[in-house]
Design a protein around this ligand. Structure first.
Ligand SMILES: Cc1cc2nc3c(=O)[nH]c(=O)nc-3n(C[C@H](O)[C@H](O)[C@H](O)COP(=O)(O)OP(=O)(O)OC[C@H]3O[C@@H](n4cnc5c(N)ncnc54)[C@H](O)[C@@H]3O)c2cc1C
Length: 447
């Protein structure tokens, strides 16, 4: 992984003055990603407040990256040249109740969008573990939640507006652009500046969240499919010790026929008697409410509450997508590495995601199960461990999360994306000179 990772552990954030057009080239603080493990390679950051400003910026800059909410752990968002932020552009542009779509500015976060959508009587199909991330950044990296019938967040996209390298506005939609659309949605930031996104919505719904403690690996192995299909969204947490999942989080919709019957036992695991953090030793204060308390979809689908620090805070993350048929075998393969993994781990989460048709999505034409690692912030140790895990997962055709830390070779990545040649052709069309490329893309996609 990038040698710059861990050059700086300071918690410097984007000072608000640094994202004003007036101070575009003089940010006072070092610019880092959310976790603080990556200091970006430039501090030149320009915040556009209008479509015209975006187009002017695109036309006058030979090379730059769009910076979303900075939640990636690797250098996919990094630039040596300049950053464009769309943070000030965070409005709902239109809501079409009949077509059940909402069009948003690309700077909006799920945390901003969800309550507004709910107030209008609508909802999204799923959310990631935290609401703090930008819709554009999440979709372009195939960010996901959980639920075997739920595609990743990008599967909700029905149309996109992109400003390409020439400064032209291109509109793509699932309905009209069957050739490009599937390639552009998970675009890895390589195609242009996404300025507007249209998402499919559905009538709002209520949810309950239940946590069970201590599910044995034996029960997981024998009942994996039944466990995954038991609720709308299922997450299993483990530190890989004692052949045990310390917690099982079940998020259930309350509509007729869908509600989960919360019995005291779940495949031998016991219903928790208080709210829990996925890392049991941490306070559950920043977590969404559990214990079956009824609440709106956007306050139950994420694990972490808006306004609080998500996850553990000072951490690193890696995640591997494994085709669903290999899930149990892959989990057991990782478990064999438990004594190497646990000392560096905060927690692992296992989730299920439905297949999709988006070319660069790790779930392209295959339902997946993800094996996620929240690591202690010790990159030297984690960087030694990732190749070991990746070697163990290689027989299962594992693909890494685009926004998290991995060490897999570009050759391995290329081999697991059958639509890569078409994606490369699309990038050439939208960005012939490589304006939107950076080290991450040059190494992992274009090499
Ligand atoms: C605590 C924590 C929890 C997380 N939980 C989950 C989870 O549950 N599930 C999951 O899958 N991931 C999760 N992630 C990973 C994260 O959500 C994704 O990596 C996502 O990309 C973050 O979006 P962002 O806007 O912060 O991206 P950034 O890091 O800012 O950017 C990512 C990429 O998007 C591009 N981009 C951003 N905006 C635009 C735009 N308008 N036009 C073109 N390109 C753009 C950037 O150039 C870059 O290539 C988590 C991360 C953290 C820190």
């Amino acid at each position: 992984m990038n040698k710059r990772t861990f050059l700086k552990l300071s918690s410097a954030t984007i000072a608000s003055s640094a994202i004003s057009p007036l101070s575009a080239w003089a940010a006072p603080d070092k610019l880092t990603n959310w976790a603080g493990n990556l200091e970006y390679s430039t501090e030149s950051l320009y915040a556009a407040k209008s479509q015209q400003q975006i187009q002017d910026f695109v036309k006058t800059h030979p090379k730059f990256k769009v910076l979303g909410s900075r939640h990636c752990f690797n250098n996919i968002a990094d630039s040596k040249d300049a950053f464009l932020s769309l943070k000030p552009l965070d409005e709902i542009v239109s809501l079409n109740a009949q077509a059940r779509t909402v069009t948003v500015d690309a700077g909006i976060t799920y945390g901003q969008l969800a309550p507004l959508l709910d107030a209008k009587g609508f909802a999204l199909h799923n959310l990631a573990s935290l609401p703090h991330i930008s819709v554009a950044g999440a979709c372009t990296t195939a960010t996901h939640g959980s639920g075997e019938k739920n595609g990743n967040l990008a599967t909700a996209v029905s149309a996109l507006e992109i400003i390409t390298a020439s400064g032209d506005v291109v509109k793509l939609s699932r309905k009209e652009d069957n050739n490009f659309f599937q390639g552009a949605v998970v675009g890895l930031g390589a195609l242009g500046v996404i300025t507007k996104i249209t998402l499919n919505i559905q009538p709002t719904y209520q949810m309950r969240q239940y946590v069970y403690e201590n599910l044995s690996f034996a029960a997981m192995k024998d009942h994996f499919d039944a466990i995954q299909s038991s609720a709308y969204s299922v997450s299993l947490f483990t530190d890989w010790q004692n052949r045990n999942f310390s917690e099982v989080w079940l998020k259930t919709r309350t509509e007729k026929g869908q509600a989960f019957n919360a019995k005291p036992e779940f495949f031998g695991a016991k219903l928790a008697t208080k709210n829990l953090h996925p890392i049991a030793a941490l306070s559950a204060e920043n977590c969404t409410l559990q214990m079956g308390v009824l609440g709106p979809w956007y306050e139950r689908l994420p694990h972490f509450r808006m306004g609080f620090t998500p996850s553990a805070g000072k951490e690193l993350q890696s995640e591997y997508f494994v085709p669903r048929p290999h899930a149990v075998e892959a989990i057991l393969a990782v478990e064999r590495l438990r004594d190497q993994i646990t000392p560096h781990l905060l927690i692992t989460e296992i989730r299920a995601i439905a297949d999709d048709d988006l070319w660069m999505s790790p779930c392209y034409q295959q339902p997946c199960v993800t094996i996620h690692f929240t690591w202690k912030q010790d990159w030297p140790a984690v960087s030694q461990l990732l190749p070991v895990i990746e070697r163990e997962l290689a027989p299962f055709q594992a693909r890494p999360h685009w926004g998290k830390l991995f060490t897999m070779s570009p050759q391995q990545l290329h081999a697991s994306y059958p639509k890569l040649p078409q994606f490369l052709a699309l990038t050439k069309k939208f960005d012939p000179q490589g304006k939107f490329r950076n080290d991450f893309l040059d190494k992992n996609i274009f090499s």
